[in-house]
Ligand binder design. Sequence first.
Ligand SMILES: Nc1nc2c(ncn2[C@@H]2O[C@H](COP(=O)(O)OP(=O)(O)O)[C@@H](O)[C@H]2O)c(=O)[nH]1
Ligand SMILES: [Mg+2]
Length: 174
Amino acid sequence: MQRLKIVFSGPIGAGKTQAIASLSDIPVVSTEAQNTDLAAHTKALTTVGMDYGELTLEGGTGIGLYGTPGQERFNFIWPILSQGALGVIILIDHSAADPVQDMARYLANFDKIYQGHIIIGVSQIDKKPERPFEIYRDWLRENSRNLPIFPVDMRKRDDVLLLVETIITKLEQE
Ligand SMILES: Nc1nc2c(ncn2[C@@H]2O[C@H](COP(=O)(O)OP(=O)(O)O)[C@@H](O)[C@H]2O)c(=O)[nH]1
Ligand SMILES: [Mg+2]
């Protein structure tokens, strides 16, 4: 049986753990701990290690779903987690202070590792509906980045599934 791997990344609160929980057929394995970085985010519990879930597609293909640690001081784990992955789904919190800057930073970090196998999901749009979605497309165009980007709600399984299927479709086209 095939066994594939997809990585979810993005800042704290973007919805990584939620995305994996919405999609996984098994209870998500998370290493949560008290957030000692309250300046960065007020969420009391946050992921310091990683999240792991599993999804079985129609036809029996198994996909391992890996969530990267939120805090940037754990960035050394990114290349390790990424080994053998089909691609990375970068989740951005639309309601954060500067989500375009977040997107730019995560893209810079993952460009070398994934060489284009990157999909962007923008979550929490309902928390800041007055901020236009075009800010992301404008930045991508200005920086000559032609990457798939979707507005998503990680609490909705179909939204997460769209991101996963887009990564797989992108690979099929190569
Ligand atoms: N309102 C809203 N909440 C969301 C959305 N996506 C995720 N969440 C919630 O945001 C919170 C933070 O998500 P979490 O998965 O813990 O973020 P992580 O730090 O990236 O793992 C959770 O309570 C999610 O259910 C969204 O699009 N809108
Ligand atoms: Mg988390």
